[in-house]
Design a protein around this ligand. Structure first.
Ligand SMILES: Cc1cc2nc3c(=O)[nH]c(=O)nc-3n(C[C@H](O)[C@H](O)[C@H](O)COP(=O)(O)OP(=O)(O)OC[C@H]3O[C@@H](n4cnc5c(N)ncnc54)[C@H](O)[C@@H]3O)c2cc1C
Length: 473
């Protein structure tokens, strides 16, 4: 049995805090991470204390009524930021959220989990997974925002920013005013170029509800599905399509599943599990192009080795890019990828903050600047930022990286898998458990515990994670 009754989180924290200078191998968290001592402070000087920007507006020529705080992006971190504004009594009449999507913030991870359950197995649908159910909070439906006096502008992305005038322009031409601005634009899915068939009908990327709806309508007619990518999105989608009893093949260029996290022996166990569910793997090969049939719809995936795999539905899960869009031009430091912030999520421009996937922040325990594209950080960064913005709270964000995935959870599945990872995957590994069903892998570097991966632990083992979330997404 795995000795996990004590808190692994605390254990990792304690062991890591004893080490000031850490050695790093391959990092799971941020391919572009940069040691803090190599960041040129001159290129991104953070304001020493100003948090909220001075703010007086008399003109009424702006399209938003709430102007003191504006959040750009209506995703996971925006939802948690909204809750924190409400908790501080600073939302009503003051906060505006501008979203590209048609929906109030929701728990995005559900899209490749319960949202894709077979249609006869109670798939999750909105409003079931609006934020903040993931942490057991109140479900923030569109009505909740109205009741809290938060102004929501939907389906109108920001395309321009004027930092002198403190204004934003939306795609439809609306001019908005802000006092303090929080950038929460997340990531967009990396795509295959047009010229290799990346936008053919039947080719899908999953980032939002609209993408997931479009995939579901393909799955309803599908016979053969190809999933490109062996990361967690690919794994989740393949688990889902096998639940739909669809012929599913996963293709990736590496030697095994989840190459950035799983050890070869762990990957072997999961690959076997997927194969037991009927999923096929084509490993160690890249895609040359996606082929179209006579009707223009995707019909197959051509590999570099010359072979072709037939497919009527292709799902691409090859990573994501920070959605820096309109903020690239305004002089925010993005040299490490994303938008660089300090330990209170302040950018180099007074009154402008960035949170969630898009923020490159000082990851204190590893002494480097990192972006983390996982929901736990989206929630915590939002709460930390808003607290710093509204109060005298000046603690530096001190984050222990965490993420999870859940597969094969639909009703009737013989083995429901929930794995979660804490810390950093550097050093040597020790595996405990026989995958029957539990397994744990520990990463140990110079005698210090750096990371832990747990599968299918009990509620005690999962210490402090989201019980309501488990049921819903
Ligand atoms: C399918 C999927 C499954 C996932 N599963 C897991 C998981 O199992 N475990 C885990 O830890 N993490 C998971 N994640 C990652 C997690 O969802 C993200 O880390 C989290 O959503 C980040 O929150 P965010 O607010 O930074 O960005 P998002 O939630 O992506 O929100 C960004 C929002 O900003 C909007 N936007 C972008 N540009 C503009 C603009 N110019 N103007 C206005 N709005 C704009 C976007 O449309 C979006 O609504 C998953 C992500 C996806 C896509």
């Amino acid at each position: 049995m795995i000795p996990m009754s004590s808190s692994v989180r605390r254990l990792i924290m304690a062991s890591i805090s004893n080490t000031l200078s850490l050695k790093h191998g391959l990092s799971l968290w941020c391919p572009q991470s940069t040691p803090l001592n190599r960041i040129h402070r001159g290129s991104c000087s953070f304001p020493s204390r100003s948090f909220r920007r001075c703010f007086t507006v008399s003109a009424s020529s702006f399209a938003n009524e709430n102007r003191e705080f504006v959040i750009v992006g209506g995703g996971n971190s925006a939802g948690y930021a909204a809750r924190t504004f409400v908790e501080h009594g600073m939302a009503s009449g003051k906060l505006c959220i501008v979203s590209k999507e048609a929906y109030a913030p929701y728990e995005r991870p559900a899209l490749t989990k319960a949202y894709l359950f077979p249609l006869d197995k109670k798939p999750a649908r909105l409003p079931g997974f609006h934020t903040c159910v993931g942490t057991g909070g109140e479900r923030q439906t569109p009505d909740w925002y109205k009741e809290q006096g938060i102004e929501m502008l939907y389906e109108d992305p920001i395309v321009n920013v004027d930092t002198e005038k403190q204004t934003l322009k939306t795609n439809s031409g609306k001019l908005l005013k802000y006092g303090s601005l929080i950038i929460a634009t997340g990531c967009s899915a990396s795509r295959f170029p047009d010229k290799i068939g990346g936008n053919l009908p039947g080719v899908h990327y999953i980032r939002d509800v609209a993408d997931a709806d479009s995939l579901i309508s393909s799955l309803e007619k599908a016979k053969k599905v190809v999933v490109v990518g062996g990361g967690y999105i690919g794994m989740e989608v393949a688990a889902a399509t096998s639940g739909w009893n669809l012929d599913t093949t996963v293709i990736f260029p590496e030697d095994h599943l989840m190459p950035r996290l799983f050890t070869p022996s762990l990957a072997q166990k999961y690959e076997k599990l997927y194969q037991d569910y009927g999923v096929k793997f084509v490993k160690g090969t890249s895609i040359k192009n996606l082929e179209a049939g006579p009707d223009g719809h995707v019909s197959g995936v051509k590999l570099e080795n010359g072979s072709t795999i037939e497919a009527d539905t292709v799902v691409i899960g090859i990573g994501a890019k920070p959605a820096v869009g309109p903020f690239e031009k305004i002089g925010l430091n993005s040299s490490v990828g994303g938008i660089q912030v300090d330990g209170q999520f302040r950018t180099g421009i007074p009154g402008i903050f960035a949170i969630g996937d898009v923020a490159a922040f000082p990851l204190k325990i590893y002494d480097r600047i990192s972006r983390v594209e996982h929901v736990d950080h989206a929630r915590r960064s939002a709460q930390h930022c808003v607290k710093s913005l509204l109060t005298a709270h000046t603690d530096t964000y001190d984050y222990l990286p965490y993420f999870y995935s859940r597969v094969f959870e639909y009703e009737g599945s013989p083995r429901k898998v929930w794995w979660q990872f804490f810390g950093d995957n550097v050093g040597e590994t020790v595996q405990i458990g026989n995958f029957d069903p539990k397994v744990a892998t520990f990463w140990i570097d110079s005698g210090i515990l750096k990371g832990v991966l747990l599968e299918s632990g009990t509620a005690e083992v999962r210490f402090g994670t989201d019980t309501e979330f488990c049921e819903i997404v």
